[in-house]
Design a protein around this ligand. Sequence first.
Ligand SMILES: *Cc1c(COP(=O)(O)O)cnc(C)c1O
Length: 231
Amino acid sequence: MQHSDIIERWREVLGQMAQAARRGGREPDHVRLLAVSKLHSAQDILTLFQAGQTMFGENYVQEALGKVALLPGEISWHFIGHLQTNKVKNVVGRFALVHGVDSLKLARSLQGQAATQGVVQDVLVQVNLAGETQKSGILEAELPELAEFLAASPSLRWQGLMLMPPFFDDPDRARPYFARLRDLAETLRASFGLTLPELSMGMTGDFEAAIEEGATLVRIGTRIFGERGSN
Ligand SMILES: *Cc1c(COP(=O)(O)O)cnc(C)c1O
């Protein structure tokens, strides 16, 4: 895609985000855009960074580290893919936020690595609300144990929840999942006395519904950069 097109699409998305926030009775400032740049070029990322976008999300560790090395240090990188424990050492301290903590094993590994490096790593817990077996995310039934571990981890700062709802053509059908994640965060705040400020939910097909239901971070790729693998 042309650079001017990417910037125009990004501006449109920001406008739609602000409108969705107002429809939901929320402050547009309380919803931030994570531009999902996996499988898109470093040049496209630079174009958008120069236009004012600072947060980018990547799914694949090697691809992401290549881009981190090439691009301006002011960029805030988020890791949004499924993280294997053997890649944890490459992720801790290099990504502002790890979205997909979905097991006690991964949480232990992140805590251990962050402690070794002497850093505090911001993380979100990915919840599999629909119990879809092919998807990552912790099941609600296993959440309390993970939550207790995170709340007591000195080298992890637990910032909230992340969701990939089941896929629907009609975004309104994802709405109950967004609302459920918001309620779950509220329950966890009350139980653990944590602020858990972030709700990472909403992608190209459903970000407006997610914002109306309380998203603070939307993860949008295709709507901004075009189809992956076609650039
Ligand atoms: C790829 C991806 C996105 C972005 O998806 P689009 O439909 O291109 O906006 C968001 N979140 C996660 C976890 C992803 O893997």
